[in-house]
Write a protein that binds this ligand. Sequence first.
Ligand code: SD4
Length: 331
Amino acid sequence: MQRRTFLKNSAAGTAGLVSSSVLASCGETDKSSTTLPEKMENIGPIVICTWDFNNASAKAWEVLKSGGNSLDAVEKGVMVEEADVENQTVGLGGRPDRDGKVTLDACIMDKDGNCGAVLCMQNIAHPISVARKVMEETPHVMLAGKGAEQFALEQGFKKTNLLTEKSKQEWIEWKKTSQYKPIINIENHDTIGMLAIDQNGDLAGACTTSGMAYKLAGRVGDSPIIGAGLFVDNEVGGATATGVGEEVVRTVGSFLIVELMRQGKTPQEACEEGVKRIIEKNKNKLDFQIGFIAINKKGETGGYCIQPGFTYRTYSNEGHLNNPSDSYITS
Ligand code: SD4
C-alpha cells in the first residue's frame, strides 16, 4: 500500500501514466499501458545492496525515485563506493595484490540479459562504468587486464593512481610476514553488489570490488563473473555475492539462487540454499565468509551468510534499512 501511495504521488509514477495516455490519445498501441500501473502497484522501485552502504543505496534510490531506470540506479549507486577512499575493498583506495598493484573487477547486467565485465583492470577508478561500456559499446562480455584499461582510456576514462597512502602503508606492513590469512568480516569485506527494480518493474544489477587483499597477481574472484558474483533474470529476480570469491565461483552462486527462485523458493530460502551448497563442499574448514542477497520480481528480498556479521541495505518506499543477515554459524 505504501509503495502504491508513493507511486501515485511521485513524479516518476505520474510520468509513466502520462506517457501511456499520451500514446493512447495518439492512437498508438502501447503494450505496457494496461500492465504498467498494476505492475507498479505491486512492486514499486526498490534497491538492495551488500553491507551497510547507506550512501550508495541512497544514491540508487534517488535515481529510481526520480523515474530513472534500474541500470542507471545500480551503476550510480555502486560508483559511490568506487569513489570512496575509505572503502578499501572497492575502487580507489582498494587494497593491492601481493605486488602492490590495485586491480579491479566489476560487472553489470540489465533487464534484457545484456552484461559487461572488466577483470583485473588497473588505473581506472570506475570499473563499473567501463563494464557498462563493454556491454553497450562492444560485441563482448568481458575485457581483462591491459586490454580493459586500454579500452577504458579510449572511451575517455582518466588514468588514476588507485593506491592510496593508507593502503600502501598497510601493504608494506603486510609484506613483513606475507601471511595470507584474511580476517573474516574485516579484511576482504565491503565488496558492493547491488540489485534494483525500477518503476517499470525491470531489474538490473552491478557488482564491483578490488578483490581479496594481497591476492596473487592476476587473480580474479567471483565479482566480475556473470552467474557467480551477480546474476539477473528479469522474469525471476536477481542475486549477488560478497566474500571469498573462489567458493562462489565453484557453485555459480548467484545463478543458482536465481534458478532456485524460478523454481518457487523465496529470496531468503534461495540464499540459504546457496550458502548450504558452499558449506557442503567445505565441511571441515568453514573459516571464511560468504554473503548472498537476492530479490524477486515481487520486490521480496533476502540475505544469508556463513559467519555472523554480514548485513545488507534495502531502500524502498517502505524505508531505508540496514538488515542484519541470518548466518549458518550463529556464534
Ligand atoms: C572476491 N568476492 O574478489 C570478492 C571479495 C569480496 O567483500 O566480496 N569482498 O572474491
